[in-house]
Design a protein around this ligand. Structure first.
Ligand SMILES: *[C@@H]1O[C@H](CO)[C@@H](O)[C@H](O)[C@H]1NC(C)=O
Ligand SMILES: *[C@@H]1O[C@H](CO)[C@@H](O)[C@H](O)[C@H]1NC(C)=O
Length: 487
């Protein structure tokens, strides 16, 4: 999911006309100042309370998108249109490395199929492992329904009560696996309520290991998950601008000459990423709450502000290999995944989602020996597809699981409430998942209300307990149904 823009009070619209300076605040609950940024900067959301003018908005189109997103009163529409813009703008970029990448895939598939069990005697049995196309936990099958709630570490300040309350609600729903953000990259001066894991005011950035607003918030999430029996999937960086992102790494390290694709090849940037990964992995590597480390949220060759450069699917695959092997060297006992959207790089295809257009080869990524399971996401309408097509996309990925004999996780998808089609298509997708080789299912996203923060941001995809029937059918009953596969 790209646009995780949190809701803004309508007071924002009344803001002064003057443009905000670089690094200046430009939005957030209670903010009454300007919501537009000086030329060359884009107003970017970090959480409901804080938007900031970040440099690097190089085109008029980007600036317009960001500004519109900030002020919108209809988040669903904005989410859809900004995602469509990204997709269509990349459609014109030719994909060039189909041949190379496909060769790699076919030559390694056979090897991988014979070595699919991740766990070994030295790893704790209460860590999740894999066996063929399935996950395992404590020696048993572990099919599950889970969900995303990126925002849980972002409550603050001193809102451990909010973290605890949201985790209580998650556990009570029957959902077993939670995916939440393991990154919060930030630049410039900040108010106390903003969660900051990595401070980019200087380069290399500083990791906030002890300040309350830093990793202690994530500690609370991991420990809270552990005590409630929730398993966590934790991505280390965003492809998109929310909570930092790849463009921020590039802009801060390489200045205006960099492009998004440099993230995957530049040594200085890779070392900064590895240093962050090492800090997080070492901090939680003994925790059974971690289901998997995830290299990213939705890596692609291009980002919201910066272009692909010479990046290709072969480049992102090589990066994933290097980084997943690095993580295995730090922690051989937890699973590692990519967190990609599942795009294919099929020779001869002319379709953007299937021809390597976004710079991703899901099969090549899933084939890597140091990647334990495949991931895919699904947003049919923003991707220019139909809701019906979604069933095919699920089957396409189940076929990869069958071919590689590895688990495939349906990690993000949703049907917007306003479409009026949620009952129809959530049900269809669940039926398709249940009937095919999909190891776990995680909708976008879990909605909840907590004492201090209030209701989690409703991007239109969220399902709350107040969506009474859908909550019962697509959360509670669905979690119970997936559990029956473990009998
Ligand atoms: C980030 O670093 C800058 C420069 O050292 C400092 O002024 C700022 O307070 C830091 N922010 C946080 C949240 O630590
Ligand atoms: C356990 O398995 C991991 C890879 O899955 C491997 O890196 C590690 O060396 C193994 N440990 C032992 C003691 O065999």
């Amino acid at each position: 999911m790209k646009a995780k823009i949190l809701a803004v009070g309508s007071a924002l619209a009344a803001g002064a006309a003057a443009q905000q300076t670089l690094w200046g605040q430009c939005g957030g609950i209670g903010w009454t100042g300007s919501s537009s940024c000086v030329a060359g900067a884009a107003c970017t959301s970090y959480n409901a309370y804080y938007y900031q003018c970040i440099p690097g908005a190089t085109t008029a189109a980007t600036t317009t998108t960001a500004a519109t997103t900030t002020r919108t009163t209809t988040p669903v529409t904005t989410t859809t249109s900004s995602r469509t813009t990204t997709t269509s703008s990349r459609t014109t970029t030719p994909s060039t490395t189909t041949t190379t990448t496909r060769t790699t895939t076919s030559s390694t598939t056979t090897t991988r199929a014979s070595t699919t069990t991740t766990s070994n005697g030295s790893c704790p049995t209460n860590f999740v492992s894999t066996s063929g196309k399935e996950f395992r936990l404590s020696g048993k099958k572990f099919y599950f329904a889970g969900s995303n709630a990126y925002y849980i570490p972002m409550y603050g300040p001193n809102d451990f009560l909010d973290i605890d309350t949201s985790l209580d609600a998650f556990a009570a729903s029957g959902l077993k696996v939670l995916r939440t953000w393991g990154f919060a990259d930030f630049v410039g001066p900040q108010e106390d309520y903003v969660t900051v894991f990595q401070n980019w005011s200087s380069v290399p950035p500083t990791i906030l290991e002890t300040q309350e607003r830093g990793l202690p918030r994530l500690d609370r999430v991991i420990q809270g998950a552990e005590s409630r029996g929730i398993k966590i999937i934790l991505p280390f960086i965003n492809n998109w601008a929310e909570y930092g992102g790849i463009d921020l790494y590039v802009e801060k390290t390489l200045g205006s000459s960099g492009n998004h694709g440099d993230f995957y090849t530049n040594t200085a940037i890779k070392n900064i990423y590895k240093n962050y990964v090492k800090t997080i992995v070492n901090r939680y590597k003994s925790s059974p709450a971690i289901l998997a480390w995830e290299l990213s949220n939705e890596i692609r060759c291009a980002g919201p502000r910066l272009g692909a450069g010479s990046c290709t699917p072969a480049v992102t695959t090589a990066w994933a290999k290097e980084m997943s092997e690095y993580i295995k060297s730090l922690d051989p006992c937890h699973l590692v995944a990519v967190g990609d959207e599942g795009f294919f790089n099929n020779a001869g295809s002319s379709e953007y989602l299937y021809n390597g257009g976004p710079g991703i080869d899901n099969e090549a990524l899933t084939t890597l020996a140091s990647i334990d399971f495949g991931t895919f996401h699904m947003y049919p309408i923003p991707w220019g597809k139909t809701w019906d097509w979604g069933n095919q996309w699920i089957k396409d990925h189940a076929a990869i699981a069958d071919k590689l004999n590895k688990p495939m996780l349906f990690e993000e998808y949703g049907v917007t409430r306003d479409s009026g089609l949620r009952d129809t298509y959530h049900q269809q997708y669940h039926d398709t998942v249940f009937a095919n080789s999909i190891a776990g299912d995680m909708f976008w996203q879990f909605g909840t209300t907590v004492p201090n923060w209030g209701k989690s941001y409703d991007d239109g995809y969220s399902i709350y307990p107040s969506d009474t029937t859908q909550w019962q059918n697509f959360v509670v009953n669905w979690a119970a149904k997936m559990e029956t596969k473990n009998a």
